[in-house]
Design a protein around this ligand. Structure first.
Ligand code: C2E
Ligand code: CA
Ligand code: CA
Ligand code: CA
Length: 275
């Protein structure tokens, strides 16, 4: 049969409508989901690249939806940002991460993701210092993962916010490094403690020579500036070896552990597996 351009368009249109309807439904439910306690934090270990011992965890939010089951943050975070629910959700994430981290048998840091919208539209230093005080978590145990898009405009407000966070004593990580437009200029302006090399640069190691060169260059620049590096999305022994050989400090990925529920963290922190 002859392809009918109009029908193709109509299928596409139908998909679009479904997508919009689904997003609206999720958005409406998101508003109340925080109060209903439908979110949970999972934790993924960050390991020392050489010894493979655990040096911290990244908190990753999950939505335990009453009928849909687990909904991925890749799906609901953009919607939460769109409808203005990200600041309350993000505030909950910070508080919950601090609440859980103080119960860990070993005082390793916890890293939380900060949405660019949350960064711009909430009083982050206040929220962070409140959470630290409430749970009596030392500031150096909290790492904030910021993406470049949070920092796009270098306004006085942004600078002041970063300054206040620095005074509080939390650590700043530059997440998804290398995927933005001007990663290097952020390194010059802002004192990060850690750079997270995006998993897109890790995926094709060690075969892809360009990616090997990129990783080497990132680690070199960071090391020269006294900034630690961590590679995310490490799935194979070969990738792990290549990253260690390039001088990367920490690794994170399924090779070591998937994100685990909070109750499993103390098990992973058993004596001998921590450094
Ligand atoms: P991200 O910050 O880059 O987090 C890393 C993502 O990679 C996580 O997906 C993690 O589960 C996944 N991952 C870890 N190891 C591997 C691996 O070896 N291979 C592969 N293919 N993937 C791996 P997740 O948990 O689905 O989160 C997706 C994104 O959602 C995160 O990307 C982050 O941008 C966002 N997100 C998650 N939790 C939060 C949160 O609490 N607040 C905000 N604002 N965003 C969050
Ligand atoms: Ca992250
Ligand atoms: Ca990342
Ligand atoms: Ca990412």
């Amino acid at each position: 049969a002859k392809r009918n351009g109009k029908n193709v368009f109509r299928f596409y249109q139908a998909d679009m409508d479904e997508e919009i309807i689904a997003r609206r439904a999720i958005g409406a439910e998101l508003q109340v989901a925080v109060e209903r306690g439908e979110f949970v934090l999972y934790f993924q270990p960050l390991v020392n690249a050489a010894s493979k011992k655990i040096q911290g965890f990244e908190a990753l939010v999950r939505w335990k939806h009453p009928t849909r089951g687990f909904v991925s943050p890749a799906e609901f975070i953009p919607i939460a940002e769109e409808i203005g629910a990200i600041s309350s959700l993000g505030g909950w994430v910070i508080d919950e991460a601090c609440r859980l981290a103080v119960t860990w048998p070993t005082p390793v840091p916890v890293a939380v993701n900060i949405s660019p919208i949350q960064f711009r539209h909430s009083d982050l230093p206040q929220i962070v210092s409140d959470a630290l005080r409430r749970h009596e978590l030392p500031a150096h145990r909290l790492e904030l993962e910021l993406t470049e898009s949070a920092l796009l405009e270098s306004t006085p407000a942004t600078q002041k916010m970063l300054h206040r966070l620095g005074e509080i004593g939390v650590r700043l990580s530059l997440d998804d490094f290398g995927t933005g437009y001007s990663s290097l200029s952020y390194l010059r302006r802002i004192s990060f403690h850690k750079i997270k090399i995006d998993q897109s640069f890790v995926r094709n190691l060690p075969e892809d020579e360009r990616d090997m060169s990129i990783v080497r260059a990132i680690v070199d620049i960071a090391t020269t500036m006294g900034v630690a590096t961590i590679a995310e999305g490490v799935e194979t022994e070969d990738q792990s070896r290549a990253l260690l050989a390039q001088g990367c400090h920490q690794l994170q990925g399924y090779l070591f552990s998937k994100p685990v529920p909070a109750e499993d963290v103390p098990l992973l922190l058993a004596p001998g597996s921590v450094e």
